[in-house]
Design a protein around this ligand. Structure first.
Ligand code: FMN
Length: 350
């Protein structure tokens, strides 16, 4: 079923052969974090956190785009009309542009969101999902995609879902290879991705459990997806997308540790500068990042345990300074490579 004409990534000049995308992550992928990741290199496309659309004339803060790569703006709503009218309203107010990359969230597992029919709950009714996509397509000439899972409670409707989605006017799709109820308890099953590649007439981006360049290569070769989207992997290793680009399988430990520490302080100073400018406290997103970052296998363990009690960014900076200095000689590998999820992790909604 794969189309022979240049796909949307080729048309937009994005990605060489294998597209690398930063996943949308609520509480983390704000413009400042995205800029920091773009500074590292390796990302072809980045994404906003989801934006929940609840009203036709909803006010939305200005969206900071990037010079170097496209930004996927992720919207979430179960109501086609609300969504369409809101998009038009946001065009009129110069918040959205007609050439933006819009992405529809069909994967959020939050109970609160799902009880209102949004996020992964849309998987229960593929026809309604198709109606929403078609309605948005009517008003949005720019790139349009969906980020979804393989089912709500189970994968039993996956074949049906793909059948319906094969008629959807999308430019591409990102599939997180789990059901909503799997949460992160089960490993992602990439076989679902291969099935989507063979069924859908537009490109498929694979998502779920890619933590290394080796895994990305395996995903590419075993499923033939058009690209990979990485979430937690980038939080644990902010150099992941660049490693995938370079095919870098084993970084030199001391060099990597130095890069990681530089990354951390550089990110922190961006947050400190923004906090000074905006007057808004930004300890939350830094702590959220630390939950994952402190699990990097080239760093000594324990940073998050210390940082989580900090009351300010300056305090986090002091803690990190002492932590990294006193662990200068701790051998790499005191952290185990990620397979399990930190206890403090919750996919939450503000
Ligand atoms: C902290 C956090 C926040 C997330 N927020 C979003 C979100 O706003 N929208 C979305 O579609 N997925 C969200 N996700 C899911 C990720 O985009 C991704 O699909 C999932 O983590 C699986 O990919 P991974 O194994 O590469 O992490 C979030 C995940 C995390 C860890």
């Amino acid at each position: 079923m794969r189309s022979q004409s240049p796909d949307i990534f080729a048309q937009q000049g994005v990605g060489d052969s294998f597209v690398r995308m930063l996943a949308p992550m609520e509480g983390v992928t704000n413009s400042l974090f995205r800029e920091q990741i773009l500074g590292v290199g390796g990302a072809d496309v980045v994404a906003t956190e989801f934006l929940r659309i609840t009203g036709e004339r909803q006010g939305v803060s200005p969206i900071e785009r990037h010079e170097s790569v496209p930004l996927q703006i992720q919207l979430m709503s179960p109501h086609a009309l609300t969504l369409v009218h809101c998009i038009e309203h946001l065009y009129q107010n110069d918040i959205l542009r007609r050439d933006d990359w819009l992405d529809l969230n069909v994967g959020c597992p939050s109970k609160r969101v799902n009880s209102r029919g949004a996020g992964a709950a849309l998987l229960k009714d593929p026809e309604q999902l198709l109606a929403i996509i078609s309605a948005v397509r009517e008003v949005h000439p720019g790139v349009l995609s969906v980020k979804t899972r393989v089912g709500f409670d189970s994968d039993e409707n996956y074949t049906e879902l793909l059948k319906v989605l094969s008629c959807a006017p999308l430019d591409f799709i990102t599939i997180h290879a789990r059901t909503r109820c799997d949460a992160y308890s089960q490993p992602a099953n990439w076989n679902y991705l291969a099935k989507a590649v063979n069924t859908l007439p537009y490109p498929v981006i694979g998502n779920g459990d890619v933590f290394s360049a080796q895994q990305a290569a395996l995903l590419r070769d075993s499923t033939h997806v058009r690209g990979v989207m990485c979430g937690r992997g980038v939080l644990i290793n902010p150099f992941l997308l660049r490693d995938i680009q370079d095919g870098r399988l084993t970084p030199e430990p001391q060099e990597r540790r130095a890069e990681l520490i530089d990354f951390f302080f550089s990110l922190l100073s961006r947050y400190q500068a923004r906090e000074r400018r905006s007057g808004r406290r930004l300890t939350g997103p830094v702590k959220e990042f630390c939950v994952w970052f402190s699990r990097n296998e080239f760093l000594p363990g324990g940073l998050f345990t210390l940082a989580k009690r900090a009351r300010s960014l300056d305090e986090i900076a002091e803690i990190a300074e002492i932590f990294f200095t006193s662990h200068r000689e701790t051998p790499a590998g005191t952290n185990v490579p990620i397979r399990t999820i930190p206890e403090s992790f919750e996919y939450h909604l503000t």
